[in-house]
Design a binder for this molecule. Structure first.
Ligand code: P6P
Length: 333
């Protein structure tokens, strides 16, 4: 029987039929539509004027690619259509985007997203992705407080990513397993293709940018050396795989087993990846798939964000590997 379950159907079947699950299903439906728009654009990147940079830098002081801008615009406009979304935090905007139309008066959800992660890879036809995480407002009333949008990942109600690769997949979790949907371009729908994705016990891959080796902490350099010999915990050397596109690297390791590492170094004293819309979504997913994510000291899901674009060192994958990094970095809380 060919796949026929879409994301809304899957979510509502998995959850007791409550108002909140209906609200969440509606928000996810807006994300699904946005992902279709972005997938359509990325699949034609060479044929439309969407390659290259947009001639501006974002709050991260990074070159904004045209596709970054397009993806940000599409996701924000579609999420604004939802009467349940109060505000959006985006990599592309310094501050929160708060929706104050009348139909948002009862809105109780916050969505943080990286609309297009790894966009510099678009020009060379390498997979890119979108990360998102959804929180429920903690404060009562209509006003959005900092405590509403700077929540630790353990409070999240849903997280997921879209990987725009050889096929476009949307992977999500509400904490009850991790489930993958593949976009069927002929039907124009994401259909359930990978139910209950779990991290393989065997950790066979390590993913990091080894060009930064001269800047690494010595203990971290020792850990990387260990992974290349039989001395690591799995008893056999890992193989190196690094695409330089977070979502694509994470997705492969989720399916195959492995650890992704982006440590702090002299160039990135707080790490490069952003806590709210890169670390937290993937930490939420890896936990639901049986793995673990740390900043080298503690569970990423327990970190209370200090600001919207806070960076962290990020280690995610099989728990024994990630815990070994914590021990080696010697700062375990
Ligand atoms: P580096 C892409 O720019 C990104 O934010 C992530 O997608 C990716 O994992 C990382 O940066 C790659 O960084 O320093 O290895 O180029």
């Amino acid at each position: 029987m060919s796949p026929i379950t879409n994301l809304t159907g899957h979510l509502l079947q998995a959850h007791i039929f409550t108002a909140r699950s209906l609200e969440l299903a509606e928000i996810l439906n807006q994300i699904v539509v946005a992902a279709k728009f972005v997938s359509h654009k990325t699949n034609r990147a060479g044929l439309t004027d969407i390659l290259g940079d947009a001639g501006k830098t974002n709050v991260q002081q990074e070159e904004v690619q045209k596709l970054d801008e397009y993806a940000h615009d599409v996701f924000v406009r579609l999420l604004k259509q939802s009467p349940y979304v109060k505000a959006v935090g985006s990599e592309e905007e310094p501050e929160m985007i708060v929706f104050n139309e009348v139909y948002h008066d009862q809105a109780q959800y916050i969505v943080h997203l990286d609309p297009l992660d790894g966009s510099s890879n678009i020009d060379v036809n390498v997979s890119v992705g979108t990360n998102f995480v959804i929180f429920h407002k903690q404060s009562l009333g209509q006003k959005l407080l900092k405590s509403d949008y700077l929540q630790p990942g353990k409070n999240a109600v849903c997280a997921g990513y879209v990987v725009y690769g050889s096929s476009t997949m949307l992977v999500y979790s509400t904490g009850k397993g991790v489930h993958g949907f593949t976009l069927d371009p002929n039907i124009g729908e994401f259909l359930l293709s990978h139910e209950n994705m779990t991290l393989p016990e065997k950790s066979e891959i390590y993913s990091l940018n080894e060009s930064y080796q001269p800047k690494w902490d010595k203990n971290f350099a020792d850990f990387v050396a260990k992974m290349k010999t039989n001395q690591d915990i799995s008893g056999k050397p890992k193989t190196a795989r690094y695409i330089g596109s977070l979502v694509a690297d994470f997705h492969r390791n989720l399916l195959k087993g492995g650890i992704f590492l982006y440590p702090a170094d002299k160039k990135h004293p707080n790490g490069k990846l952003r806590l709210l819309y890169e670390g937290i979504p993937l930490a939420f997913l890896i936990k639901a798939a049986g793995g673990y994510a740390s900043d080298g000291k503690r569970d990423v899901l327990k970190i209370v964000p200090a600001d919207l674009h806070q960076r962290i060192p990020f280690f995610v994958g099989n728990r024994p590997d990630v815990e070994l990094v914590e021990q080696l970095l010697g700062n375990k809380h």
